[in-house]
Design a protein around this ligand. Structure first.
Ligand code: SF4
Length: 219
């Protein structure tokens, strides 16, 4: 079977929306501000974006609060640009609109439950798949509840994460809830590089581990 090119699939969808002059409501699962920086810069041109911060996998409370506050600060920065009309240093201001944020419930016990029995799996393995299922499953549920047309995740920007697994898990979750999944591979087309530039521009906190206590201990 041919390997899917999720980045091209995303481009094709956007082209179709642009042709029809529509800006679908998108619920974007976000893991942290640095990963969101490029995804938001790009997606806000074509979608009416609401960020969903649902990450019970960040098992350290202090770390969680640091990341969610940084996410909110980034969104405030982007919304200030929309208010002032000043998009200096940004890739494109076309159709940029304000971004909303919804913070999901935070309870690391939910993550530990999902990861039970997989604690010693290497990063990138089965524990991470369960972690994606947990986070994208909840994103799909909220997207359906709040009448979003599309959902996707910032996670595909990470060179350390398997875009194929993420897209499969996201598609399954969206399908179960009867909404559409937006395929992505945000690291492509220099997306990851741009996220580093934007993180520097906004002085974003960049953590050096994925999120759970296992990743913190290099498991
Ligand atoms: S390493 Fe990251 S993706 Fe994997 S289980 Fe831990 S927090 Fe989730």
């Amino acid at each position: 079977m041919n390997k899917r090119n999720y980045s091209k699939e995303l481009d094709a969808k956007i082209e179709a929306f642009q042709k029809d002059g529509i800006y679908p409501r998108l619920l974007l699962h976000a893991c942290c501000a640095p990963c969101s920086s490029y995804c938001l810069e790009f997606l806000r041109q074509y979608f009416d974006v609401t960020v969903f911060f649902f990450n019970p996998n960040i098992t350290d409370k202090e770390e969680y609060h640091k990341r969610v506050e940084e996410e909110k600060r980034l969104i405030r920065e982007y919304n200030k640009q929309v208010e002032s009309g000043n998009f200096e240093g940004m890739h494109s201001d076309a159709k940029a609109r304000k971004i909303e944020i919804i913070e999901g419930d935070y309870d690391p016990k939910v993550f530990y439950e999902a990861a039970r029995g997989l604690e010693l799996c290497k990063e990138g393995g089965e524990r991470c798949r369960k972690c994606f299922e947990l986070r994208l499953g909840e994103t799909a549920r909220v997207a359906r509840e709040k009448n979003f047309e599309y959902m996707t995740t910032t996670l595909t920007i990470s060179p350390l994460k398997n875009a194929q697994v993420l897209n499969e898990v996201g598609e399954e979750a969206a399908f179960r809830e009867g909404i559409a999944f937006l395929p992505s591979d945000f690291k492509k087309k220099e997306g990851y590089k741009r996220s580093i530039e934007l993180s520097a521009k906004f002085g974003l906190y960049r953590q050096n581990f994925c999120g759970c206590s296992f990743s913190q201990n290099n498991i």
